[in-house]
Every structure is written in structure tokens, then in C-alpha cells.
Design a binder for this molecule. Sequence first.
Ligand code: FAD
Ligand code: NAI
Length: 475
Amino acid sequence: MDQFDVVVIGGGPGGYVAAIRAAQLGFKTACIDEWKNAAGKPAPGGTCTNVGCIPSKALLQSSEHYDHAMHHFADHGITASGVKMDVAKMLARKDAVVKQNNDGILYLFKKNKVTFFHGRGAFVGAAKDGVYEIAVGESAATSIAAKHVIIATGSNARALPGAAFDEKLILSNDGALRVGEVPKSLGVIGAGVIGLEMGSVWRRLGSDVTVLEGLPTFLGAVDESIAKEALKLFTKQGLKISLGVKVGAIKPGKNNVAVEYTTADGKTENATFDRLIVSIGRTPNTNGLNAEAGGVKLDERGFITVDGDCKTSAPNVWAVGDVVRGPMLAHKAEEEGVAVAERIAGQHPHIDFNCIPWVIYTSPEIAWVGQTEQQLKASGVAYKSGSFPFMANGRARALGNTDGMVKILADAKTDKVLGMHVIGPVASELIAEGVMAMEFGASSEDIARICHAHPTLSEATKEAALAVDKRTLNF
Ligand code: FAD
Ligand code: NAI
């Protein structure tokens, strides 16, 4: 049996990054991942690379180009005629981007001397003399031995009861990324991150998109003023968003799906959609891991129970990413993976969950870090707020992309930055400044005093910081 210092089960962003960091720290490391691509070949990278972050952003980019060509080129004096969308080519490009990332991870494993095993990893039992036996592969013919095990087995899409995913008519995130032609009508259940991102892709390509959300509030985790602006903009773009809806029977037919639902004002509606995306959250994945045999406890919702350092109930077994508590984000999984490898090496890394940024890749993008106004109010923290609209930013005007704003929240007494919220162009990149400020314990005055290049979108961040002190220069 091959002996390793560290065996990582799962090769998504949590697992593959943990394996690389463990190897960098001098541990003999293996990573086991079972994902196969359509050709049956190993495809490490997990949900993120195969059916999540990467392919969704590839399609968002393609659909945004199409939308620009159809609706915005004319504003720049460019006439484009005969613009057509070749969905097959768009999907093939997306698949090629995914494969580059799969291959990149295999290359990184080689470079860092991580041994890769393709197949399912499962605990054979509890540790014997401090060593775990991990079975590898479907027939479990091979076993490897490990002193430390890092579980990074990720998550799966949650289905609605009575409406299993067939990936043809009723789609999870997986099927939503493989629709072969633009559906005339698309239903989306759940106005969360996936619903809005995938709804945006297919709307831009011409679908009539209806989003049915169970909660009465739109994007409840987002700062209220940003969520309000987002709802206004998405509705103007043509997304039909219904809040406070109760979804009833879902009946797939031959070519479409019938959905019965009750609206917030109590009306029963019957809608028929060519495709239905169900994006109502994700469940932790411990399928076939045999975690309990290894002494690893799960909570009542199926997440692996961990402490603040990602230690499980079993000695020297750790768990990171979507399979444990906390936000289901690739960068959160990565930070935990690195931190665990460093803890195994005796180091003392720290992750500040309050400084983990969130991004929703709609158009405009939404990004935030830290506390929202509603959270600060609820916890009774006295704060100051400053915001700056992209309408008043020169670069945004030049881009023709003036929707949205940057908002900074700072402590009323100390001026320490408590949160930054952006809706607007490349919010996903702009938010890094807020994360940096918060990690360094910066004040809004610190951001206001930093020289930002002109003309840039980031000047809106500086101006929002100036607005906290009621002294914007350009608005
Ligand atoms: P995963 O990425 O799920 O990887 C787990 C891996 O473990 C998989 O390869 C799985 O096959 C393998 N595995 C499971 N069990 C076993 C076993 N027993 N043996 C061997 N292998 C096993 N997050 C962002 O931060 N930004 C985004 O833009 C973003 N976009 C997303 C878009 C979509 C459509 C979806 C669905 C998710 C998106 N996410 C995004 C979330 C992100 O994908 C996850 O948070 C991230 O992938 C979690 O990483 P992980 O390593 O914990 O698990
Ligand atoms: P989500 O948690 O973001 O949104 C689910 C939505 O469905 C919520 O608004 C919820 O109220 C609603 N809902 C739940 N049950 C419902 C029901 N029965 N009827 C109607 N509405 C219902 O989950 P989503 O979109 O599935 O994404 C899962 C996770 O994947 C996200 O939370 C996020 O962590 C990750 N992700 C991250 C992305 C990013 O970082 N850009 C992109 C996509 C996914």
C-alpha cells in the first residue's frame, strides 16, 4: 500500500489547492478525484471548473458579447448586420475553456509532485496506529495509506421534491450549462446566484425568462439599496422576477414543463416553460465517502462537522469547502485548503470570514465584502455611509456602462471600513480594494487619500470613501 503524509479526497478548488500547498510544504501528498469529462477522462477541478464558476463565466462572456453586438454597438457608431448566435460553437468554446483548466490542474499536480488518483476515495475504517486506509476507485481494488486526510468532496444541486433533474427539461446547474438551443421560454426556480447568472445568459440570447423566488425579498443577503437597484435593472432588462411565490406541482411533458405556482397575492398561476432551471441551493456531497467509518461526524443537514480550524471529529482528518459550513464559494474553499495544509505543517494561519468577498456575475455585476447596512442596524453598530454613482464616473461614461454605484460603510467613531458594496461594471474586480482595506483594518479616509488612476472605475471607490466624509469631488 502506498504511504502518504497527506491524502486529499476531492480535486475541486478546496482539494486541489490544499494538495498543492501540502506538497509545497514538503509533505508526500496524493489527491483523489472522481470527476470524468464527456470523453470519460479525468477532469479535476470539481464543480467550479466543470459545471460552476468557469463554464458559467465563459457563457456569461459569450452571451454578453452577443448582447453588445445586438443592442449596444450602435451607440458606438458601429453597425453590425446579420449577427447570429451559434449555440453549439458557444458551448464548444466553453468546453475548451473547461478543458484548459482541467489540464492546468493536472500540470500543477505534476509540477508540485502531487500524486493524482482518478476514482472515488472512501474511508476503509478508523485510523490504525495513526494511519488511515483510503480505498481508491470504484472496485476499491487499490488502497493508499495516509497520516492526514483532507476531505474536499464539495456539493450537489438540491432538487425540488417530486421534480428530479432529468437535465433535459428540468435542469440543475449542469444541464443549464449544456442547453443545445436557445429555449423560447425559460423558467427559473430560485432567484439566487445561479438563477440570476444562468437566467441572464439565456435572456441575453433571446429566451423569455421567468424567475420564481420563494422569499418575499430579493437577494436578502445583499445590501438593501444594492438589491433594490439590481431588481430595478434586471426587470428593465426583461427578466420577469416574481417574489414570495409558492411553487406547486411541476409536470414535465414531452417538450416542455408545466409549473403551477401561487403568487405573493394568492393567485394560482399555471405556466409552461421550454426548460426549467431549479437553483434553490446546494447540498453537501459525502456520497460513497464512508465518512462515518473513518470516525467523521456529519451534522443533521449532511455537512461534515468541523471546528473553526476545519478539524473534523476524527484525529488528523480535516474538511474544507462546500462540504463544511460557511459560504459555498470557490475562493473560500481555496483559503480553507491552504490553511489546513499549513496547520498540518504546524503553522497558524487565520481566515477572516468577514473579509470573504461575494460576487454575482450578472450585468451589471454585484459584489460585496463585510457587513450590509441591514446587518449593522440589526447589531446596533453606529456607522457612516458614502456612495458614488457610476453615472458620475468618467470611465463608466466612456464605457457606456453607467448603471450602479459603489457604497462604503464605515464605523461612525473610528472610521474603520465595515463593508463595501458595488453594483456596476467589473464590480468583481473593484471589490478587491474593499477586501484589502478590510484585511488591513483601513479607514474610509485611508481609501480617500490613496491616489487612484484616472480615468478608472476605481475612482468611484475613492469617491465613495470621500462621500463617507460628505466631500465627494465629482458628484
Ligand atoms: P467541488 O468543487 O464540488 O469539488 C469536489 C470534488 O470532489 C469534485 O470533483 C467531486 O467529483 C469530487 N468528489 C466528491 N466525492 C468524492 C470521493 N468520494 N472521491 C473522490 N472524489 C470525490 N463560486 C465562486 O466563488 N465563484 C463563482 O463564480 C461560482 N460560480 C458557480 C457557478 C455555478 C453554476 C455553481 C454550481 C457553483 C459556483 N460557485 C462559484 C461555487 C463553487 O463552484 C464551489 O463553492 C466550489 O466548487 C467548492 O469547491 P470544493 O472544492 O469544496 O468542491
Ligand atoms: P442560492 O442559495 O444562491 O439561491 C437559492 C434561492 O432559491 C434563494 O433565493 C432561495 O430563497 C430560493 N429558494 C429556495 N427554495 C425555494 C423554493 N422551493 N421555491 C422558490 N425559491 C426557493 O443557491 P443557488 O443559486 O442554487 O446557488 C448555490 C450556491 O452556489 C450559492 O449559494 C453560491 O454559494 C454558489 N454560487 C456562487 C456563484 C458566485 O460566486 N458567483 C455563482 C453560482 C453559485
